[in-house]
Design a protein around this ligand. Structure first.
Ligand code: SAH
Ligand code: SF4
Ligand code: F3S
Length: 472
């Protein structure tokens, strides 16, 4: 803890130095973030540091003195996007002289940083997932010494507390509770780019959420690649952590967070089905604030495919878990992630996935076409599925999911839902928008004073991706 504190203090000095440089100017920055909410949360920390340095945010990269791209590499299309973006930034740099910083998960891949250095030498800063906190120092070196910076660590980063943060919303906040992943699902790059699993200290998490509650935040989403194994590694490896309010697991963490006054909704992503213990199910059932929409990634409905994916559960295990959860948690809804076209997936395997989708009746399904990732076991498997088959299966899954969602939406019509009002609708100035406990978007006519409140809305119609309603 001490070491990380000194390091953060050191970075704060660089923040001050840059602020001094920027004193007479009004510099702007633009940031583009790809990937999951963990990356978005990292970007909020970057924004926090950068705004303390005197930069203000712009959505227009052309007018930014500093352009940052926080990358993701979970699927292949991300690479096309990075290199496209770099071409665009090159032009801006030539015309206006912007500083270009590229960070995030993709920078942990050696073949990518090599390519950037060879083919895109105009990039000023390359930083990885373990060196985000050192951004002030790296930027200072570019500003002061005009030196290109590459700051990537191959080891597991420590957890740095006390970084400034500039959040996207003033109502809903993400709180990262753990970094890294130890599961090595055979399709997935995340463990290689985010390092091994490590949990934040219970006290730090609780204090952060208490602060958020004081600032008026109503909804918290706890983030981690495997949230229900919170503190598991620490306990197994006897790594000391500070005792705080008896928190020693994900279930006890959820219970303590539920006690924080002012926080009305608690969500979390993503749990792993193999680690979904009874105490967590009980904590969800017992605490009203924990939203009864649980994201439970399936990936495949075929036991064979799940084995090849190294998911460590079978089709039956998953369905039994769902059954148990539905019995113990009244009104439970589930969402999930599914990959189609994993190596070796047969038509029969794929039909098993469709079968689980039909049996569970998900509220939402995030569907992905399998993408080969360099360095993962999946990439080395010989029985890769032809692109056309992957797409054909994806379309069939999508059709089924959309039918199910539409049917499910019908059930909402006529019901009364509690909505957290988030703001004005983006498409219609006169309408307000909010979300139900099940994360469904609801648009309705109402007064701006309702923003930030939890109110009751009667649902009047459904429109596939959102519902419409009236104030009760
Ligand atoms: N840790 C989380 C999510 C990780 S990434 C979990 O285990 O659920 C988010 C989703 O991307 C995964 O759930 C998976 O469905 C998808 N995904 C990961 N690697 C992929 C790949 N190589 N190809 C296609 N989809 C992938
Ligand atoms: Fe990837 Fe699996 Fe870890 Fe999720 S649990 S991040 S899918 S390796
Ligand atoms: Fe992507 Fe990294 Fe998240 S690879 S999905 S941004 S952890």
């Amino acid at each position: 803890m001490c070491n990380t504190n000194t390091e953060i203090q050191d970075q704060k000095k660089y923040i001050e130095k840059i602020k001094e440089i920027n004193k007479t100017q009004k510099p702007k920055y633009a940031i583009l973030t790809m990937g999951c909410q963990l990356n978005e949360n990292d970007s909020e920390k970057l924004c926090g540091m950068i705004e303390q340095m005197g930069y203000t945010k712009t959505e227009n990269p052309e007018e930014a003195n500093l352009n940052i791209f926080n990358t993701c590499c979970v699927r292949e299309n991300a690479e096309d996007k990075l290199f496209g973006k770099l071409g665009e930034l090159k032009k801006i740099k030539e015309q206006k002289g912007t500083i270009i910083a590229i960070g995030g998960c993709m920078m942990q891949e050696k073949h990518i940083t090599t390519k950037i250095k060879q083919s895109y030498p105009f990039v000023d800063i390359i930083f990885g997932t373990h060196t985000l906190h050192r951004f002030p120092k790296n930027l200072y070196k570019v500003l002061k010494e005009n030196q290109k910076q590459e700051d990537i660590l191959d080891i597991d980063g420590k957890i740095y507390e006390g970084l400034p943060i500039k959040r996207e919303s003033n109502l809903k906040a993400s709180v990262t509770i753990m970094n890294g992943c130890n599961n090595f699902c055979s399709y997935c790059i995340v463990p290689y780019v985010r390092g091994r699993e490590r949990s934040r200290e219970p006290k730090q998490i609780i204090q952060e959420i208490q602060e958020l509650a004081k600032e008026g935040y109503k909804e918290i989403t706890l983030l981690g690649q495997n949230v229900n194994s919170y503190l598991k590694v620490e306990k197994e490896k006897n790594k000391p952590y500070e005792q705080y309010k008896g928190i020693n697991s994900f279930a006890t963490l959820l219970q303590e967070i539920s006690k924080i006054q002012g926080i009305e909704r608690i969500r979390f992503i993503s749990p792993h089905p193999k680690d979904f213990t009874d105490d967590v199910i009980e904590a969800i059932a017992k605490n009203e604030k924990i939203c009864k929409l649980i994201h439970l990634p399936l990936q495949s409905g075929s036991t064979e495919t799940l084995k090849a994916m190294n998911r460590k559960y079978t089709k039956e295990d998953y369905l039994n878990l769902v059954q148990k959860m539905k019995t113990k948690i009244p009104n439970l809804k589930l969402s999930t992630d599914i990959i189609v076209g994993f190596p070796g997936e047969t038509e029969k395997d794929f039909l098993e996935t469709l079968d689980v989708v039909k049996k569970v009746g998900f509220e939402q399904v995030y569907m992905f076409i399998y993408s080969r990732r360099k360095g993962t076991p999946g990439d080395k498997m010989e029985n890769q599925i032809p692109e056309a088959t992957k797409h054909e299966r994806f379309d069939r899954l999508k059709q089924l999911v959309e039918n199910e969602i539409q049917q499910n939406n019908q059930k909402y019509i006529g019901t009364t839902q509690k909505i957290l009002v988030e703001g004005k609708s983006k498409t219609n100035e006169k309408m307000l928008t909010g979300r139900t406990e099940n994360n469904k978007i609801v648009n309705f006519e109402g007064n701006d004073e309702l923003i930030g409140k939890l109110i009751e809305i009667k649902i009047t119609s459904e429109h596939m991706w959102y519902l419409k309603g009236q104030i009760k």
